[in-house]
Write a protein that binds this ligand. Sequence first.
Ligand code: V0D
Length: 255
Amino acid sequence: MPIKFPFKKDKKQPRTEPLGLEENHIPKHVAIIMDGNGRWAKNRGMPRIAGHKEGMGVVKRIVRYASDVGVKVLTLYAFSTENWKRPKNEVDFLMKLPVDFLSTYLPELIERNVQVRTIGDFDVLPAHTQKAVKEAMEKTKDNDGLILNFALNYGSRFEMVHAVKQIASRVQEGEVDISDIDESMFSQELYTSELIEPDLLIRTSGEQRLSNFLLWQLAYAEFWFTEVYWPDFDESHFEKALYDFQNRKRRFGGV
Ligand code: V0D
């Protein structure tokens, strides 16, 4: 049975026929680099923050879609360790988005049985950001539906250096033998230790780079790129990404 989804785009969305996804071969973990919010706004003569706000609305729709089609984990790159270099007003605005998002959307996440998590260096985020996200994590910790995993102040190299230091200190304490260090031990020291590895990476806005996102974890993932800016990304694009994923798997003997 093809998976149906409702297009609830408020305006001028041409209704597209569903592509017909195979329900049994939905990627389990989808990671997304939500790029192009600033450019989307600039093209409309709007400030960058207007693009971020619009992009936040897209997150809500994509979370709904992912939970409807049965994705297990959705990891969204919301704020990188590099993003601190942006103008202060923009960073301040970004750090209020989780508060804004959760104040309107947390009830729906709870209703949908979604579990909120984060990866990244959480403790240096502003107090109001931490408070809102912690509350969402606490209220959804027992949910066993979609894991909605926000990468906040995340950088993959930092994550890996931290992992190395953890293992090195265990060697120094005599708890671990160098010869026992292996891929699995390393993986266990990453923020993603409790998650399955992503099988699909999506990046919007025409850039085809990883930009320090999940370098280790994406070793075997399929990559899918689109020119579409994140605020213009919708269910039909997500469906196409899943459809292409299924066809690549079919052609190259995965399933
Ligand atoms: C801006 C496009 C939701 C990308 C999406 C702190 C950049 C909108 C959240 C969010 C951001 C994070 C945690 C949480 C709930 C919501 C978010 C940031 C940026 C950076 F628990 N959207 N969003 N966080 N953007």
